[in-house]
Write a protein that binds this ligand. Sequence first.
Ligand code: NAP
Ligand code: MG
Length: 405
Amino acid sequence: MEKIKMTTPIVEMDGDEMTRVLWKMIKDQLILPFVDLKTEYYDLGLLHRNDTDDQVTVDAAKATQKYGVGVKCATITPNAQRMIEYPQLKKMWRSPNGTIRAILDGTAFRAPIVLPCIKPVVKNWEMPITIARHAYGDMYKAVDMVTNEPGTATLTFKGVSGKETTLNVQSVDGPAIFQGQHNTEKSIRAFARSCFQYAISTKQDLWFSTKDTIAKVYDGEFKRIFQEEYDATYKTEFEKLGLTYFYTLIDDAVARIIRSKGGMIWALKNYDGDVMSDMVAAASGSLAMMTSVLVSPDGTMEFEAAHGTVTRHYYKYCKGEKTSTNPMATIFAWSGAFKQRGKLDHLPELEKFGEAMECTSLETLNDGIMTKDLVSLVEPGFTAHAVNSDEFLAAIAQRLAEKLA
Ligand code: NAP
Ligand code: MG
């Protein structure tokens, strides 16, 4: 069989621990036999980030911006314990995901991989619900104050022009608490654009919800900016594709989402997204089945698994044990990158390869061959047996070879 050709490279960001092991297994067993792989490789493994003073992370993000498509392996974000584990670390390096997100000015979209033999807790969810969380500001960049006597809090903005605006927050007659939050129009607009872009790219409806009946000005601005972006730039394309942009109050959205069939992107403010992404993840099954894609306002996409480096499994692997680590989310990161690269470069073969990777992985699971973490989640009456990562990938590779033949 002739290997599938690529024209533009995908930016490949290697990572750490068990996911680095899976990364190589996926490439060797599922990709290299079928694709004449073109990547620009960046080693984001912790020690190489340390050797390059983290420049490699910045370079990888810039390359992703240049080529438009990247795929990233999970990486260690060092903490105090890692500083002891890796004494050669010069610094407690920042989270690579944070660095990449800041450079790409992107929004992360998280969606579970769903399959018939593992039903979500919410039985009527037939399709995945993708959560888009605004990752800047509000409560996450707030100032707080506890006060102990009667008094008055005010809110003052001093413009560079010298103009000042002051509002009375509240006069209190005893101990009280206060919080000052902000967001920027630029960040909200970038968030809106990423959401509309991703909805068009994945052909899914976009829902957006805030509490603008109560926070009339603050949340009202979010609502206004989204509507403005929609009307000015995305409405025509949405209508052409038969997609809906739907704004509703957050409490109404929660009730509707629970009763829905799924299949939409749900854009949420920072705190709402924090809460709802964990709710959707827990209701959908397993962290190992959660995919994530970072989308920038210009449509650049970086695909990854939502989980971490699976440290506990890595320590077993280092002792020579075979582990049953679930590679699904990492496989879907690669397949997502191939589908997007294929779409941008007009290479239907590459797009089809990405789809084939996804369908054969799902077929393998539906045949009852799965990693340990999933076996306990299958529906009653469905028989499944646990295999190790090697055996699981071999079963997919066999189906992939048959499908592509
Ligand atoms: P984790 O790597 O996601 O693993 C937590 C636990 O979840 C695992 O011990 C395992 O449970 C289960 N799990 C996660 N993914 C799995 C998979 N693919 N297959 C089977 N089980 C899976 O989170 P963590 O232990 O909190 O973090 C480990 C490292 O990852 C940290 O250094 C952190 O900085 C990094 N991290 C990176 C990213 C990223 O790069 N995007 C995200 C999160 C965390 P059992 O042990 O019970 O089997
Ligand atoms: Mg959370």
